[in-house]
Design a protein around this ligand. Structure first.
Ligand code: C5P
Length: 230
């Protein structure tokens, strides 16, 4: 193979999937840093498109509105996972309670999922990138089905709810554990209705039980798995 051919080949991908609050984003970000690869935070892409749709005064429940918004923007990401829309880095704007509520509407539209997935895949063609660690619900099943390693990050609903409650109650003193539990259960329910894109253990995924690991232990395990393949 010529060096030009190897330059133009898509870079290898690792896919980490799991439910909301499983800690997959923390693990994917740290794994990407350890490997000097790019991090693709697919949830941030759905959040950013939700933000852009609302900014345009359009309805997230309308597939035509969301697709029109997508056709009007330049959406990409930095290697640390930060999503850029028309060159603007979106960080706090996409982590608000309004976006938390509206993002599921955007993610429910099949045609939007297809179009956004195509844009995400462009990351692997960038010549300066050695590889991509992607996280989401469908990173291994839909975004990168050819990933060299697919991992399902598994944590029970109860443990996820307790962890999220511990984080959020430090900021919002009025929040209760049952509220956090029910909100996560509702997101799980909506995610589970997305057919091929629903979070699940694939025939070729490994399962990482992340209930009691520290992030360091979990990333160490993931690095062992990647190195065993390389
Ligand atoms: O992971 P995060 O909570 O930031 O994702 C936001 C929302 O985007 C999720 O609740 C889910 O509805 C949607 N999503 C998705 N497919 C992905 C990643 C996220 O449908 N690959």
């Amino acid at each position: 193979m010529t060096s030009e051919e190897s330059e133009s080949r898509p870079r290898p991908a690792v896919a980490l999937d799991g439910h909301s609050g499983s800690g997959k984003s923390t693990l994917a970000r740290r794994l990407a840093l350890a490997l000097h690869w790019a991090y693709l935070d697919s949830g941030a892409w759905y959040r950013a498109l939700t933000w852009a749709t609302l900014e345009a005064g359009a309805a997230t429940t309308s597939v035509a509105d969301v697709l029109h918004t997508l056709s009007q923007i330049d959406i990409t990401c930095q290697t640390d996972g930060t999503v850029l829309i028309d060159g603007r880095a979106l960080v706090d704007e996409i982590r608000t309670p309004l976006i938390d509520t509206e993002v599921s509407n955007v993610a429910d539209h099949q045609d939007v999922r297809k179009a956004l997935t195509l844009r995400m895949r462009d990351l692997r063609a960038r010549p300066e990138i050695m590889g991509v660690v992607a996280d989401g619900r469908d990173a291994g099943s839909v975004i990168f089905p050819d990933a060299v390693l697919k991992v399902f990050v598994d944590v029970s609903l109860e443990v996820r709810a307790q962890r999220r409650f511990d984080q959020q109650s430090a900021v919002h003193s009025s929040i209760t554990l049952p509220q956090v539990h029910d909100a996560l259960a509702e997101r799980d329910r909506r995610d589970a209705c997305r057919g091929e894109a629903a979070p699940r253990v694939l025939p070729d995924s490994r399962v990482l039980d992340n209930s009691s690991n520290t992030p360091e232990e979990a990333v160490g395990r993931l690095l062992e798995w990647v190195q065993a393949i390389a």
